[in-house]
Design a protein. Structure first.
Length: 225
């Protein structure tokens, strides 16, 4: 919708555009307007109140990265679980960088964690980089506390990819799991089932965490490949 695109250009910050372009090297700089995330979130809330954004959700692919971020925020706000999943699954194939992927944490998911697991399984079995990344991120966001199960660790450990943005998310997941569920997670690290890069990146990120004890950090250092 041209009206929404025009509003995005009204919020353009050229200095931020240059900065953000460096953060998402997989995205064509010409497809980045340069709008700061707080402004995008505020705009998304305003547009949801002012208009029906459904036509915008149907306009795929979008031309600009910020349109994709807005799309992510619109999905995040959908209150009906089935509708949220429908829109999400239509959008995921068009997600082409980590910044858009990591923008989505649908609030309605918290009320449907039992049935969401099957969807996550499908996402991480995808061949699409950011669909896999999104699935692992949902396990990290929603299943490392009261809904934790060691089977989810195995699910992520079973993901094998050559993609940097998948393996970085795997490392982030296991580093977070070490902070929240150390006793179960350390078994995965001890077993050495992750590829060398992801294994060592997990340890690096865990050692950088304030939630890991000095004793745990020292032990993890000894597990580097």
């Amino acid at each position: 919708m041209q009206e929404i695109t025009a509003k995005l250009f009204e919020l353009q910050d050229l200095e931020y555009r240059e900065f953000h372009s460096n953060l998402v090297p997989t995205k064509d700089p010409d497809a980045i307007i340069g709008v700061r995330v707080p402004h995008l979130r505020k705009l998304a809330k305003e547009l949801i109140k002012e208009m029906d954004v459904t036509p915008f959700l149907k306009e795929l692919p979008h031309q600009y990265n910020e349109e994709n971020v807005l799309h992510a925020f619109f999905i995040e706000a959908i209150k009906d679980y089935d509708e949220c999943l429908l829109e999400l699954n239509q959008f995921l194939p068009y997600v082409d960088n980590w910044a858009v992927c990591d923008s989505m944490k649908p609030k309605v998911f918290k009320k449907h964690l039992d049935e969401l697991v099957d969807e996550i399984q499908g996402w991480i079995e995808s061949t699409q980089t950011y669909t896999i990344r999104f699935g692992i991120e949902m396990l990290m966001n929603f299943y490392l506390d009261e809904k934790f199960s060691a089977k989810y660790l195995d699910m992520v450990a079973g993901v094998k990819s050559e993609e940097y943005y998948v393996n970085m998310m795997i490392a982030w997941y296991f580093a977070t799991a070490l902070a929240k569920q150390y006793d179960a997670t350390i078994k995965i690290i001890e077993a050495g089932v992750l590829d060398k890069w992801t294994h060592n990146k997990t340890i690096q990120k865990a050692i950088e965490s304030y939630r890991i004890t000095p004793e745990q950090k020292e032990y993890l250092r000894g597990l580097k490949k």
